[in-house]
Every structure is written in C-alpha cells, then in structure tokens.
Design a protein around this ligand. Structure first.
Ligand SMILES: Nc1ncnc2c1ncn2[C@@H]1O[C@H](COP(=O)(O)OP(=O)(O)O)[C@@H](O)[C@H]1O
Ligand SMILES: O=P(O)(O)OC[C@H](O)CO
Length: 496
C-alpha cells in the first residue's frame, strides 16, 4: 500500500485538500474560498452545499496536482472549523437551514438564559466549557426552536445534527454514516468529556433530543468509505479531529506540557495535560486534545479572537500597508522610546478575559506616533495576548521543572519579527516547524497511522523538524515593564 494520505482541511474562510507522501511532504494542494453570509449584525452563516462542493472540488484538484488518482490514497483525514452547526434531514440529506458558524452570536440571549437557570456549573463540570454562543449546543436549540416543524422531526429521529466533519462524512459516504470524533464532540456543550458520552442531563436542560446526535468515534477510526462515484474509487476515511486539535497532533505535542499556538485570523493555544482533566480557575477551556485507542488526552485551550486580523486591520482598515508581510519590517523601524499599546478588542476579548462588550483601544499615543509604532503595537498585541494565555495555563497547571517551548503555526508565523518579539515577550523559545501545514498534517497522521502506512506516535514525533527556533533576547526588566504596560491597557479597556 502507498504512503499517500489525503487531508481535507475545511476552515472558516476556505476549504483545502492536501496530499502528503510518507515523508510528510506536501505533494498536491487544492484550495477554494467560499461565501460568508452575514444576514444580521453578529450572525455568520455558511451554505452547507458550499462546504460540500468545495470539499469535493479541492480533493480532485489536490489529486490532479499530485498526479495521483484516488486508488493511490491509503486513507483520508478530515479536520474542520469547529463548533459550526448543521442539521439535515436523514431521508433527503437536505439541510434545514444554513450552517451557524462558530463566530455567530445570535444565541447570546439563550446563553444568558442558561446562565440565569444556573447551568454554568453543570456545563463546566461535564464539558469543560463555559456558557457561550461560540459552542454548538445553543445553536442546535435555536435551530430546533426556529425552523418550522424541526423539533417534531428531530424527536421522531428524522433529523441529524453534525459539525462540519459529520456533514462531510455523511455526504462522502452517500448518507451511510452519521459519525463524529471525540474532539469535535467536546466542543458541543453536550458531551461529557470524562465519561466520553453525550450527557443526558445537558440534553434535557437544553431540550435537545438524543436521536439528533452522531455516534462519537476515536480520532483514528473507521469513519466509512467514500462513495466510488465521488473520486472514481472508494477511499477509507480513517482520521478526524477539529482543526485546533489536529494542529496539536500535527505539531507532535504528544507529551504533557507541550504547547502549540496557531496564528491565523485568531489565535488558539492548547497545552497537552495528558490524562489529567484539568479544571481551569483562569477561564481557559478544558477540552479533548485527541482520543486514540479509547484513551483520552486532555488539553487546556485559550482562544484569542484577533491575531492576523489585527494585521488585516492595518492593511484594510488603516491602509498603512498593502500586504500583510510588510507589517513586520514596518514594526522593526518603530521608535523604541514610544510605549504604544493596541488592545484589539474589535469583537470583544476572548480568553482569559471573556468580555464580549469590550471594544478596541490604543494607549500611549503622542504627536510622534506614526505607522511604524501602530504596526508594532498591532503585532505586539498578538504576543501580549499569548503571554496572558500562557500565564493562565501555567497558573492552572504545569509540569514540574519543564521549560516552556511554544510550537507555532498559521499564516502569521511567516513574520520573523513577530516570532522574535513573541519569544522576547514570553521569555521562552518559539519553534517554527518546517511543515507549516500542521493542521492538515495532523489529520493526515491520524489517517495514515490508522491505515498502517505512517509510523506510530513516537516515529511521527521524531520526524517533526524545526525550521527555526526564536530565542528570547529581551532583558527580564524590559519584558516586565512592557507586560505591565499591556496589562494596564487591558485593565482600562475591560467593561467589567
Ligand atoms: N508575513 C506576515 N506577517 C504578519 N501577518 C501575516 C503574514 N502573512 C499572513 N499574515 C496574517 O495571517 C493571517 C492568515 O493566516 P491563515 O492561517 O491563512 O488564517 P485563517 O486560516 O484564519 O484564514 C491573516 O490574518 C494575515 O493578515
Ligand atoms: O477555521 P479556523 O482555522 O479559523 O478555526 C476555527 C476554530 O476551529 C474555531 O473554534
């Protein structure tokens, strides 16, 4: 059997399919963007058909790019934007509504009601999450309450709920499989991450029928075989993980204490806590990192909403740069004497503050402040927010004597200046890997290993190669001074 694996990375703004060979090198890529729908302020939807057709088309493009056919592929791995919620009719396969995207805030009132009903403790204890519209639970409830006839059909077992992985697998297998994996289930606000099952108390509290839910499998498992009509021959789907968890796998963060941080539009940092299900006292999320052979590895997660988006703001909002890669060189020329801070709370602040009402602010402006200082403030804001997450993680949990090393990936890590500043402000080394497609690589490893054509965890981890390590070079005193300035800026921005 060949060592080629096809990974589908269904993200928030685009779908990518990537073919890897057995030396983890990318040999074929297909990518397509699709339309974002914003029917009202705070509402974000995707057309389910777009998620499906871009998946099929990019799979075909990636195979053609690699000069391979489906018969050469040992297995498919799927990784996906998490929490995004779909419900469809089991008979017709037709969605009852557009997908409600993870960013969608329409269920804020519903969540406030759950909070008022005193559900926070139950939800956090069982799922490791906090009550927030971000997760799937309230989105499912909204769909059942809003779409005419949906609740009755759901109770009669005629409807299926799924995150994007489930939706794609349903379609890839010609409607034969209704499944998901443990990492995606752990983002639903309905899944008991200790017992590894949907939670009846929560289903009752949110009024969601069990008949709606998919079967939950390990991340490396038999998720079904693709309908031969799609690629010319059936290919087994053998790996699934939510995109941030797939990055943990792709970065080979398999030992407790290892941390990965992905810098795309937002930033998601996860620390592997092994088999310890750590309850955060610093407002981080407890989540399933991966589940293999029935054994769950847990993680603490911190989510920041604005990372690369701050660079987009410099480009599209302020017009200070034409391309994202100009931000680092511009920041490098900033006046070191000016202490300018940007708190990029454009859509509120995520972990560890969770203040949805906060809005962006700048501090320390003078007549001398110009584009260079604003660029530096924008890039540094991403570093400072990471420092806050890591501090919260270490307050919650740490491995005795372990030195923190951060493994980074995502579009923004192309910026050497930002990565150096990140190391400086964290006071810890930052490792950038050779293969930057770590999310897809993680999904590919799950499938490739399950197919028996890629090595085990240790063998895969040994193949992880750094492109560059950024070592902290800032003095401890300067680091402390800058962090204090940042924290003062955040304090002045928070609304509560
Ligand atoms: N050289 C660079 N310097 C700074 N930011 C960058 C650079 N290249 C890309 N970015 C930022 O990274 C983000 C794109 O990363 P990507 O991982 O593709 O994001 P996503 O998957 O969320 O769409 C954009 O917000 C962009 O502004
Ligand atoms: O599609 P991305 O890369 O923006 O990731 C989205 C996250 O999974 C949301 O939790």
């Amino acid at each position: 059997m060949s060592g080629y694996v096809l990974a589908i990375d269904q993200g928030t703004t685009s779908t990518r399919s990537i073919v890897f060979n057995d030396r983890y090198a990318v040999v074929g890529v297909g990518q397509q963007e699709f339309t974002q729908h914003f029917p009202r302020s705070g509402w974000v939807e995707h057309e389910p058909a777009d998620l499906w057709t871009t998946t099929v088309e990019t799979m075909r493009l990636a195979l053609a790019d690699a000069g391979l056919s489906a018969g050469d592929i040992a297995g498919i791995g799927i990784t996906n934007q998490r929490e995004t919620t779909l419900i469809w009719d089991r008979e017709t396969g037709q969605p009852i509504h557009r997908a409600l995207v993870w960013q969608d805030r329409r269920t804020a009132d519903l969540c406030a009601r759950y909070d008022a009903e005193g559900l926070e403790h139950l939800i956090t204890e069982r799922t490791g999450l906090i009550i927030d519209p971000y997760f799937s639970g309230s989105k499912i409830a909204w769909l059942l309450d809003t779409v005419e006839g949906a609740r009755a059909k759901a109770e009669a077992g005629h409807l299926a709920f799924g995150t994007v992985d489930s939706w794609l697998i349903w379609n890839l297998t010609g409607g034969r499989r209704h499944v998901t994996d443990a990492t995606n289930a752990s983002r639903s606000m309905l899944y008991d991450i200790a017992r590894g099952d949907w939670d009846d108390d929560l289903l009752r509290a949110l009024d969601i029928p069990r008949a709606l839910l998919p079967e939950v499998l390990d991340c490396a498992a038999d998720f079904g075989t693709t309908d031969p009509a799609i690629l010319g021959t059936g290919v087994p789907i053998l790996g699934v993980a939510g995109d941030q968890q797939a990055a943990v796998v792709g970065q080979a963060c398999f030992s407790p204490g290892m941390i990965k941080s992905t810098y795309g539009t937002g930033c998601f940092a996860l620390i592997n806590t092994g088999t310890d299900r750590v309850a955060s006292t610093n407002r981080l999320l407890t989540t399933i990192g991966y589940r293999l052979n029935g054994t769950t590895t847990y993680a603490l997660e911190g989510a920041i909403f604005i990372a690369g988006a701050a660079v987009q703001w410099l480009r599209d909002g302020l017009g200070l740069i034409e391309r994202a890669d100009q931000s680092g060189p511009l920041a490098a020329e900033a006046d070191p004497e000016q202490a300018v801070y940007l708190v990029p709370a454009f859509t509120g602040l995520g972990a560890p503050h969770w203040d949805p009402h906060a809005r962006g602010a700048m501090f320390g402006l003078s007549r001398a402040t110009g584009p260079r200082e604003l660029a530096r403030a924008a890039l540094e804001s991403v570093c400072f927010q990471t420092a806050d997450l890591l501090e919260a993680m270490h307050k919650d949990w740490s491995v005795e004597g372990e030195r923190t090393v951060l493994r980074v990936d995502g579009g923004m890590v192309a910026s050497d200046w930002t990565m150096q500043r990140l190391a400086d402000l964290l006071g810890a080394p930052v490792d950038r890997p050779m293969v930057l497609e770590t999310t897809a690589l993680g999904a590919a490893w799950l499938a490739g290993h399950k197919a028996g054509v890629w090595p085990d965890m240790e063998g895969f981890a040994a193949g992880w190669r750094p492109d560059r390590r950024f070592e902290a070079a800032m003095s401890e005193e300067e680091r402390a001074r800058r962090l204090a300035g940042w924290r003062d800026a955040v304090r002045r921005t928070l609304t509560r």
